[in-house]
Design a binder for this molecule. Structure first.
Ligand code: FMN
Length: 172
């Protein structure tokens, strides 16, 4: 059963709602998935995970600083080869998920493209999109497990494209 850890940092619950929906989507495909606030994330869980999804809202045109530190610490967990996914709620510029995906690639993770951004509070339709990402994560883990060679795409810093859903408004 693929193990998926969804780590989030959310100031008012918007990115957390995305994380919970990603978990629901993954578990609907028979994964062992859970969402954890970044300060509750345990290194053992990260090491044991087949896939790690990381979410942060965008503040001042970047991810929240504690999440940057968390990702920095992932170096110790040797996450190369694991499936990665980046997501987050945003208001107007939404850099955080793109930056998270970039850092994940630098760590050698197999990152799902595009990243998932939702403007402000997710609507039901947005949450369906998050569930779909959860399912995609499980499919990617299974595909990699089927293929004995883990050559990777060879690409390093391709421009991360964005799966953008601009439905919700007025999260404050
Ligand atoms: C002080 C402040 C700064 C923000 N800066 C940005 C920004 O630079 N770019 C952006 O897209 N959204 C920005 N936002 C909007 C948040 O990303 C948005 O409200 C998001 O839904 C918060 O999600 P969360 O509840 O998961 O933290 C900012 C919000 C606040 C309160």
């Amino acid at each position: 059963m693929p193990k998926v850890v969804v780590v989030y940092l959310s100031t008012s619950g918007n990115t957390k709602a995305m994380a919970d929906a990603i978990v629901d989507g993954a578990n609907s495909r028979n994964a062992d998935a859970k969402a954890v606030n970044f300060h509750e994330a345990k290194i053992e869980d990260i090491i044991a995970a087949d896939a790690i999804a990381i979410g942060s809202s965008t503040f001042h045109y970047k991810m929240l600083p504690p999440m940057e530190k968390f990702i920095e610490n992932l170096k110790k967990a040797n996450v190369a080869g694991k499936v990665g996914a980046a997501f987050g709620s945003y208001g107007w510029s939404g850099e955080a998920p793109v930056m998270i995906a970039e850092k994940m690639r630098e760590l050698g993770m197999n990152v799902i493209d595009p990243v998932l951004r939702i403007q402000y509070q997710p609507t039901e339709k947005d949450l369906d999109e998050c569930k779909r990402l959860g399912k995609d994560i499980v499919s990617k883990v299974k595909k990699i497990a089927e293929k004995p060679t883990r050559a990777g795409s060879g690409s390093k810093l391709e421009d991360a494209s964005v799966r953008e859903v601009k439905m919700g408004e007025g999260g404050h």
